[in-house]
Design a protein around this ligand. Structure first.
Ligand SMILES: C[S@@+](CC[C@H](N)C(=O)[O-])C[C@H]1O[C@@H](n2cnc3c(N)ncnc32)[C@H](O)[C@@H]1O
Length: 356
């Protein structure tokens, strides 16, 4: 476990309401003075000492971590807020190193204010930023946040009606290319637009943030593929997909020459192949899907990435199901990388493994 570079003890986190108790247990901090709800699924956490990156990652249910270096009680609706805030940040961060600035509001209603504030902050730091990131690059990162280098030191500012928080972090450390961790995915095919497709896009980005790319994986095994949202995303990336499901795949997708559809129970699926990667989105009890999926990892090449969605039917059973799933994959020689409750995951988390 590596110590995170910054030395902050106060952090902001974004956690879905229904999994707050599970997250709190994983943090092992139950004192109300330590974790404070800020509204809109954001919380502040006051640690005793700087948490390690591994510790923050193990909490699974935070989609975003922002180390807070400075915070001010503010009234963002008040006249002069933008200028006061930008000048305050200039004083605090003028000697710090960063190549980008992002601002997000806890309450999405203030997104326009956040955007205007970012514009003014970029102006006050323009001299400093132009050395590292020319205006063209900043515009590109604004339009397409996934183009940001994952270790790009960034000044991150969060605003709410009552407070402004600011800290330095990177997309990799915070866990998302998108400030605040709210990732809206525009899926590439409207007729089969699905949350499944969105969670796959986000899962691939999450791997990228961890320094693991899926671009070289061209032959995918997909378990629980119907109706085909994820299959479609893979085909768009020019991947060949062996898609398995008891239910029907969307007709147009099934007819795509890159797709080999097997309408059957995943347990019965057998081919003599070596796949580059495995995506498993089987529904049903987690202990069954973990068993089916881990057994199919015998069809993978060494170092292949496995993306497995663990369905959470009863939140109270989460820890048991999670331990059981890790055990199944470990028995099949798969290294556990990490788990995350992605923004596009609802009653499930996404687990990442690597075939040894
Ligand atoms: C959440 S849906 C998958 C959504 C899909 N990934 C997409 O992108 O559109 C889960 C799927 O798992 C399939 N499934 C569950 N258990 C299965 C099994 N034992 N064998 C094959 N398919 C199964 C269901 O038929 C269902 O289509």
């Amino acid at each position: 476990m590596t110590l995170i570079k910054n030395d902050s003890v106060l952090w902001l986190a974004h956690v879905a309401k229904e999994f707050f108790p599970t997250w709190q247990n994983r943090l092992n901090l139950t004192d109300k003075n330590i974790i404070k709800p800020l509204g809109h699924n954001f919380y502040s956490v006051q640690f005793n000492s700087t948490p390690t990156r591994g510790f923050l990652s193990d909490t699974i249910f935070s989609r975003y971590w922002l180390p807070v270096h400075y915070m001010w009680p503010t009234k963002c609706e008040e006249k002069g807020y933008i200028e006061k805030c930008a000048q305050g940040l200039l004083v605090k961060f003028k000697d710090k190193n960063f190549s980008n600035v992002v601002v997000f509001s806890l309450d999405r209603k203030q997104q326009k204010l956040a955007s205007n504030l970012r514009g003014r902050i970029l102006q006050v730091f323009s001299e400093k930023l132009k050395e590292k990131s020319p205006a063209k690059l900043l515009t590109e990162w604004t339009k397409k946040p996934i183009l940001q280098p994952i270790y790009n030191q960034t000044l991150i500012v969060a605003i709410s009606e009552k407070c402004t928080w600011a800290g330095l972090s990177t997309p990799s450390e915070s866990g998302s290319f998108f400030a605040g961790g709210r990732r809206y995915v525009g899926v590439s095919n409207e007729s089969i637009a699905s949350r499944a497709a969105a969670k796959f896009v986000e899962a691939a980005e999450s791997l990228q943030l961890s320094g693991l790319k899926t671009e070289n994986a061209k032959k995918w095994l997909e378990l629980g593929a119907a109706p085909g949202g994820i299959t479609h995303e893979l085909v768009e990336k020019k991947c060949e997909v062996w898609a398995v499901d008891k239910a029907d795949l969307d007709e147009e997708i099934a007819e795509n020459p890159l797709v080999h559809f097997y309408k059957m129970d995943a347990r019965e699926f057998k081919v003599n192949m070596n796949f580059d990667a495995l995506m498993c989105d089987l529904n049903g009890p987690a202990n069954i899907s973990a068993k089916i999926c881990s057994e199919k990892t015998s069809l993978l090449k060494k170092d292949a990435i496995i993306i497995y969605t663990l369905k959470i039917h009863i939140a109270d059973n989460f820890e048991k199901d999670y331990e059981q799933a890790l055990k199944e994959f470990s028995l099949k020689n798969c290294q556990f990388l990490y788990g995350r409750h992605l923004y596009n995951n609802k009653q499930e988390i996404t687990l990442f493994f690597k075939k040894k």
